[in-house]
Design a binder for this molecule. Structure first.
Ligand SMILES: Cc1ncc(COP(=O)(O)O)c(C=O)c1O
Length: 321
C-alpha cells in the first residue's frame, strides 16, 4: 500500500501527517461519519476516476440521509478536492476515500457539532488478494444479520454501519473463509461485507433454457456503483439481469456466484458454506464480466469515456504547507 504525502482537509491540501481526527468527536465516539470508496485507474490518457459523479452524489446522499443539513462542500468542490489530492500525490492509480464527519458533538444530535470534509488517497491493488481475481474465493453465510433499513439505513455509507461488516468478516476469516455473505432481516441474501452479490443460473423460462443473472433487490442493500456497472455491461452483452430475492440454497445450486465492489472489483465465489459452486472456479460469465470491467476501467471500452473522468493537473495554490 503506497502512502500519500498529502491529504485534503476542509478546503485545502495539507501534509498527510495533519490528517488526524480529535478523540472527542462524534466520528470517533459514535461512528458518525459518511464516506465513499472510489478508484482512480491508470489509462493511456493518465489517471482517471471511475464513475466520479455517481460516487460524489452518493456521498452527499449519505450525508443527507444521516441528517446533515448544511454541508461544508458542494458536489463540485468534492470533485475538485478528489482531483487535486490525486494530482498532489502523483499517483497514477489509487483508492480514494472522501469523508464527511461530525466533530466534537457529545450530545447525540447532528446540530451539536460541525461537519468536516476530508479526502485521503492511497495506492491499493487487489483488496481480496491477488489470487482472488483469478481463482475466486471461499465464503460463508455470516451468523450476523445484515442491517435492517429502519435500524441503520443501508443506502448511506455510514462509518458505524461497518461495525456489522467487521463482525461478519472477522468471523469468516477466523473460520477459514475469505468473505462473509450477509442475509437480510427477511432471511434472503443481502450482500457481502463490502460487495454486492450476483448469481448465475441456467433456468428454464417459457420452455427456453438460458443463463440468467440474478441480484438482490435494492431496498435492503447498498446500491453499489460497481453493481450498476456490472448490470449495464451484462445487458450490453445481451444477458438478462433480474433483481429478485435470492435464498441461501439458491446460492448453493448456482452455476456461478460472484461479487462486485469498488475495492474488490469483480470476483467469483468458488465455494460457499463448504459447497462447491459450479465447477469450483471462476465461471465463464463471471470471467467475461471481469474482462469487460477491466477494459472499461483501463480506458479501452466503448463505455470508458462515459464512466472515466481524467484527473486534471495540480493547482499549486491549493497546497498549504
Ligand atoms: C456493504 C457494501 N455493499 C456493496 C458495496 C459495493 O458498492 P460499490 O460498488 O459502490 O463500491 C460496498 C462498497 O462500497 C459496501 O460497503
Amino acid at each position: 500500500m503506497g502512502a500519500a504525502r498529502y491529504i485534503w482537509i476542509d478546503d485545502s491540501l495539507r501534509p498527510a501527517s495533519e490528517g488526524v481526527v480529535p478523540f472527542v468527536s462524534a466520528a470517533v465516539q459514535y461512528g458518525f461519519s459518511v464516506f465513499e470508496g472510489i478508484r482512480c485507474y491508470a489509462t493511456d490518457q493518465g489517471p482517471a476516476v471511475f464513475r466520479m459523479d455517481e460516487h460524489v452524489e452518493r456521498l452527499l446522499d449519505s450525508a443527507h440521509i444521516v441528517g446533515f443539513r448544511e454541508l461544508p462542500v458542494t458536489a463540485e468542490q468534492v470533485k475538485t478536492a478528489i482531483n487535486q489530492t490525486i494530482a498532489a500525490n502523483e499517483f497514477s492509480s489509487c483508492y480514494i476515500r472522501p469523508m464527511i464527519y461530525l466533530d466534537g458533538a457529545m450530545s447525540l444530535t447532528v446540530e451539536a457539532g460541525q461537519p468536516h470534509f476530508v479526502v485521503a488517497v492511497w495506492e491499493w491493488k487487489a483488496f481480496l488478494g491477488a489470487e482472488a481475481k483469478e481463482h475466486g474465493i471461499r465464503a460463508n453465510v455470516a451468523s450476523f444479520t445484515r442491517l435492517h433499513p429502519n435500524i441503520m439505513m443501508t443506502k448511506a455509507k455510514v462509518s458505524g454501519n461497518y461495525v456489522s461488516s467487521i463482525l461478519a468478516k472477522t468471523e469468516s476469516h477466523r473460520a477459514g473463509f475469505d468473505e462473509a455473505i450477509m442475509l437480510g432481516p427477511d432471511g434472503f441474501v443481502a450482500e457481502c461485507t463490502g460487495e454486492n452479490l450476483f448469481v448465475v443460473r441456467n433456468n428454464v423460462r417459457n420452455n427456453v433454457r438460458n443463463k440468467i443473472i440474478y441480484t438482490s433487490p435494492r431496498a435492503g442493500i447498498l446500491e453499489g456503483i460497481t453493481r450498476d456497472t456490472v448490470i449495464a455491461l451484462a445487458r450490453d452483452l445481451g444477458y438478462s439481469v433480474v433483481e429478485e430475492p435470492i435464498s441461501r440454497d439458491q446460492l448453493y445450486i448456482a452455476d456461478e456466484v460472484f461479487v462486485s465492489g469498488t475495492a474488490a472489483e469483480v470476483v467469483a465465489l468458488r465455494e460457499i458454506d463448504f459447497r462447491v459452486i459450479g465447477d469450483g472456479k471462476t465461471g465463464p460469465i463471471t470471467r467475461t464480466l471481469q474482462q469487460e470491467f477491466d477494459k472499461v476501467v483501463s480506458g479501452k471500452h466503448a463505455r470508458s469515456a462515459e464512466w472515466l473522468a481524467p484527473v486534471p493537473k495540480l493547482n499549486a495554490a491549493a497546497v498549504r504547507t
